[in-house]
Write a protein that binds this ligand. Sequence first.
Ligand SMILES: [Zn+2]
Length: 220
Amino acid sequence: MGAPGSGKGTQSAWLSTRLGLPALSIGDMLRAEAKEDTPAGLRLREILASGALVDDETVCEAVAARLWRELRRNGIILDGFPRTLKQADHLDRVLTEMKMLGDAGQRPTVLHLDVSRERLLERLTARRQCAVCGEIYNLVSKPSRAGARCEKDGGELLQRSDDSESVILRRLVEFEAWCAPVIDYYRNRNYHRIDGDRDPEAVSRDLLRIVRPLRSRAAA
Ligand SMILES: [Zn+2]
Protein backbone atom coordinates (compact mmCIF):
# COMPACT_ATOMS: atom_id res chain seq x y z
CA MET A 1 0.00 0.00 0.00
CA GLY A 2 1.00 3.59 -0.57
CA ALA A 3 -0.41 6.94 -1.65
CA PRO A 4 -0.82 7.84 -5.31
CA GLY A 5 2.73 8.64 -6.47
CA SER A 6 4.43 6.56 -3.76
CA GLY A 7 6.03 4.40 -6.44
CA LYS A 8 4.09 1.28 -5.55
CA GLY A 9 3.18 0.61 -9.20
CA THR A 10 6.85 0.66 -10.23
CA GLN A 11 7.93 -1.38 -7.22
CA SER A 12 5.23 -4.02 -7.62
CA ALA A 13 6.09 -4.46 -11.33
CA TRP A 14 9.77 -4.84 -10.35
CA LEU A 15 8.99 -7.35 -7.58
CA SER A 16 6.68 -9.24 -9.92
CA THR A 17 9.50 -9.81 -12.43
CA ARG A 18 12.08 -10.47 -9.75
CA LEU A 19 9.98 -13.06 -7.89
CA GLY A 20 7.94 -14.48 -10.76
CA LEU A 21 4.69 -13.48 -9.05
CA PRO A 22 1.70 -11.93 -10.82
CA ALA A 23 1.01 -8.30 -9.84
CA LEU A 24 -2.49 -6.90 -9.88
CA SER A 25 -2.81 -3.10 -10.05
CA ILE A 26 -6.27 -2.15 -8.85
CA GLY A 27 -5.94 1.31 -10.39
CA ASP A 28 -5.11 -0.07 -13.86
CA MET A 29 -7.88 -2.63 -13.57
CA LEU A 30 -10.45 0.08 -12.73
CA ARG A 31 -9.13 2.46 -15.40
CA ALA A 32 -9.46 -0.28 -18.02
CA GLU A 33 -13.04 -0.88 -16.94
CA ALA A 34 -13.77 2.87 -17.04
CA LYS A 35 -12.98 2.87 -20.78
CA GLU A 36 -15.92 0.56 -21.47
CA ASP A 37 -19.13 2.22 -22.65
CA THR A 38 -21.28 0.35 -20.18
CA PRO A 39 -23.30 1.90 -17.31
CA ALA A 40 -20.65 0.65 -14.87
CA GLY A 41 -17.85 2.02 -17.06
CA LEU A 42 -19.53 5.40 -17.33
CA ARG A 43 -20.03 5.60 -13.57
CA LEU A 44 -16.39 4.65 -12.93
CA ARG A 45 -15.23 7.28 -15.43
CA GLU A 46 -17.04 10.01 -13.48
CA ILE A 47 -15.70 8.84 -10.12
CA LEU A 48 -12.10 8.61 -11.35
CA ALA A 49 -12.19 12.03 -13.05
CA SER A 50 -13.51 13.65 -9.86
CA GLY A 51 -10.62 12.20 -7.86
CA ALA A 52 -12.90 10.42 -5.40
CA LEU A 53 -12.20 6.85 -4.33
CA VAL A 54 -14.17 4.11 -6.01
CA ASP A 55 -16.70 2.53 -3.64
CA ASP A 56 -15.76 -0.62 -1.73
CA GLU A 57 -18.36 -2.86 -3.30
CA THR A 58 -17.21 -2.16 -6.86
CA VAL A 59 -13.55 -2.65 -5.97
CA CYS A 60 -14.11 -5.82 -3.91
CA GLU A 61 -16.16 -7.51 -6.62
CA ALA A 62 -13.52 -6.83 -9.23
CA VAL A 63 -10.64 -8.00 -7.00
CA ALA A 64 -12.40 -11.16 -5.81
CA ALA A 65 -13.00 -12.25 -9.39
CA ARG A 66 -9.30 -11.79 -10.21
CA LEU A 67 -8.15 -13.61 -7.05
CA TRP A 68 -10.28 -16.63 -7.83
CA ARG A 69 -8.93 -16.64 -11.37
CA GLU A 70 -5.25 -15.98 -10.69
CA LEU A 71 -4.22 -16.61 -7.09
CA ARG A 72 -2.81 -20.07 -6.64
CA ARG A 73 -0.32 -21.42 -4.16
CA ASN A 74 2.38 -19.06 -5.35
CA GLY A 75 0.77 -15.84 -4.22
CA ILE A 76 0.05 -12.52 -5.83
CA ILE A 77 1.08 -8.89 -5.41
CA LEU A 78 -1.90 -6.60 -4.83
CA ASP A 79 -1.12 -2.99 -5.72
CA GLY A 80 -3.64 -0.55 -4.25
CA PHE A 81 -5.79 -3.01 -2.31
CA PRO A 82 -7.05 -3.13 0.39
CA ARG A 83 -7.26 0.57 1.15
CA THR A 84 -10.29 0.65 3.42
CA LEU A 85 -11.25 -1.47 6.44
CA LYS A 86 -14.15 -2.94 4.49
CA GLN A 87 -11.76 -4.01 1.75
CA ALA A 88 -9.32 -5.52 4.28
CA ASP A 89 -12.16 -7.47 5.83
CA HIS A 90 -13.33 -8.56 2.39
CA LEU A 91 -9.83 -9.75 1.49
CA ASP A 92 -9.69 -11.89 4.65
CA ARG A 93 -13.04 -13.42 3.75
CA VAL A 94 -12.07 -14.23 0.16
CA LEU A 95 -8.76 -15.75 1.31
CA THR A 96 -10.58 -17.84 3.92
CA GLU A 97 -13.03 -19.08 1.28
CA MET A 98 -10.06 -19.98 -0.89
CA LYS A 99 -8.53 -21.81 2.08
CA MET A 100 -5.47 -19.58 1.85
CA LEU A 101 -5.63 -18.15 5.37
CA GLY A 102 -4.28 -20.80 7.68
CA ASP A 103 -1.99 -20.03 10.59
CA ALA A 104 -0.64 -16.57 11.32
CA GLY A 105 2.32 -17.17 9.00
CA GLN A 106 -0.04 -17.17 6.03
CA ARG A 107 -1.51 -13.74 6.67
CA PRO A 108 -1.05 -11.25 3.85
CA THR A 109 2.25 -9.38 4.09
CA VAL A 110 1.57 -5.65 4.09
CA LEU A 111 4.21 -3.43 2.55
CA HIS A 112 3.51 0.25 3.17
CA LEU A 113 5.51 2.72 1.06
CA ASP A 114 5.42 5.83 3.21
CA VAL A 115 6.20 9.03 1.28
CA SER A 116 5.96 12.64 2.49
CA ARG A 117 3.21 14.81 1.00
CA GLU A 118 5.74 17.28 -0.46
CA ARG A 119 7.52 14.52 -2.34
CA LEU A 120 4.21 13.05 -3.58
CA LEU A 121 3.02 16.39 -5.03
CA GLU A 122 6.39 16.90 -6.70
CA ARG A 123 6.20 13.48 -8.37
CA LEU A 124 2.53 13.47 -9.35
CA THR A 125 2.28 16.82 -11.10
CA ALA A 126 5.20 15.72 -13.32
CA ARG A 127 3.58 12.45 -14.35
CA ARG A 128 2.61 11.88 -18.01
CA GLN A 129 0.96 8.88 -19.66
CA CYS A 130 1.14 7.72 -23.28
CA ALA A 131 -2.29 8.05 -24.95
CA VAL A 132 -1.57 4.94 -27.05
CA CYS A 133 0.10 2.29 -24.85
CA GLY A 134 -0.48 3.69 -21.34
CA GLU A 135 3.24 3.82 -20.46
CA ILE A 136 3.89 6.18 -17.53
CA TYR A 137 6.66 8.80 -17.80
CA ASN A 138 7.76 11.50 -15.40
CA LEU A 139 9.12 14.87 -16.53
CA VAL A 140 11.59 14.82 -13.63
CA SER A 141 12.46 11.23 -12.79
CA LYS A 142 11.66 9.34 -16.00
CA PRO A 143 11.48 11.64 -19.05
CA SER A 144 10.77 10.17 -22.49
CA ARG A 145 13.81 10.03 -24.78
CA ALA A 146 11.41 11.12 -27.53
CA GLY A 147 10.58 14.42 -25.82
CA ALA A 148 6.84 15.07 -25.72
CA ARG A 149 6.12 11.71 -27.40
CA CYS A 150 6.22 8.08 -26.24
CA GLU A 151 9.54 6.27 -26.81
CA LYS A 152 7.80 3.09 -27.93
CA ASP A 153 5.12 4.24 -30.33
CA GLY A 154 5.32 8.04 -30.67
CA GLY A 155 2.00 8.41 -28.84
CA GLU A 156 1.12 11.76 -27.31
CA LEU A 157 2.05 12.12 -23.61
CA LEU A 158 -0.85 13.44 -21.58
CA GLN A 159 -1.45 14.40 -18.00
CA ARG A 160 -4.06 12.02 -16.65
CA SER A 161 -7.33 13.69 -15.66
CA ASP A 162 -6.74 12.49 -12.09
CA ASP A 163 -3.24 14.06 -11.97
CA SER A 164 -4.16 17.78 -11.91
CA GLU A 165 -2.97 19.53 -8.75
CA SER A 166 -6.36 20.11 -7.08
CA VAL A 167 -7.44 16.55 -7.79
CA ILE A 168 -4.11 15.24 -6.49
CA LEU A 169 -4.40 17.13 -3.20
CA ARG A 170 -7.89 15.79 -2.72
CA ARG A 171 -6.71 12.25 -3.44
CA LEU A 172 -3.86 12.57 -0.94
CA VAL A 173 -6.08 13.91 1.83
CA GLU A 174 -8.63 11.16 1.19
CA PHE A 175 -5.93 8.55 1.03
CA GLU A 176 -4.50 9.56 4.41
CA ALA A 177 -7.97 9.49 5.98
CA TRP A 178 -8.80 6.06 4.59
CA CYS A 179 -5.45 4.50 5.09
CA ALA A 180 -4.94 5.18 8.82
CA PRO A 181 -7.48 2.58 10.05
CA VAL A 182 -6.18 0.00 7.55
CA ILE A 183 -2.66 0.46 8.89
CA ASP A 184 -4.01 0.01 12.43
CA TYR A 185 -5.80 -3.14 11.30
CA TYR A 186 -2.58 -4.66 9.96
CA ARG A 187 -0.10 -3.11 12.39
CA ASN A 188 0.31 -6.17 14.61
CA ARG A 189 0.37 -8.62 11.73
CA ASN A 190 2.85 -8.83 8.88
CA TYR A 191 3.05 -5.07 8.52
CA HIS A 192 6.18 -3.32 7.24
CA ARG A 193 6.58 0.44 6.87
CA ILE A 194 9.13 1.35 4.22
CA ASP A 195 10.58 4.85 3.94
CA GLY A 196 9.57 5.78 0.37
CA ASP A 197 11.32 9.17 0.28
CA ARG A 198 14.55 7.44 -0.75
CA ASP A 199 15.62 6.49 -4.27
CA PRO A 200 13.74 3.57 -5.90
CA GLU A 201 16.74 1.19 -5.70
CA ALA A 202 16.99 1.52 -1.90
CA VAL A 203 13.24 0.90 -1.61
CA SER A 204 13.49 -2.17 -3.88
CA ARG A 205 16.30 -3.63 -1.75
CA ASP A 206 14.17 -3.26 1.40
CA LEU A 207 11.15 -4.89 -0.24
CA LEU A 208 13.17 -7.82 -1.48
CA ARG A 209 14.75 -8.35 1.95
CA ILE A 210 11.23 -8.69 3.43
CA VAL A 211 9.58 -10.73 0.71
CA ARG A 212 12.32 -13.16 -0.31
CA PRO A 213 12.24 -15.25 2.92
CA LEU A 214 8.45 -15.63 2.48
CA ARG A 215 8.98 -17.00 -1.01
CA SER A 216 11.52 -19.59 0.14
CA ARG A 217 9.18 -20.64 2.96
CA ALA A 218 6.32 -21.09 0.43
CA ALA A 219 8.56 -23.14 -1.85
CA ALA A 220 9.82 -25.39 0.96
ZN1 LIG B 1 3.26 4.53 -25.95
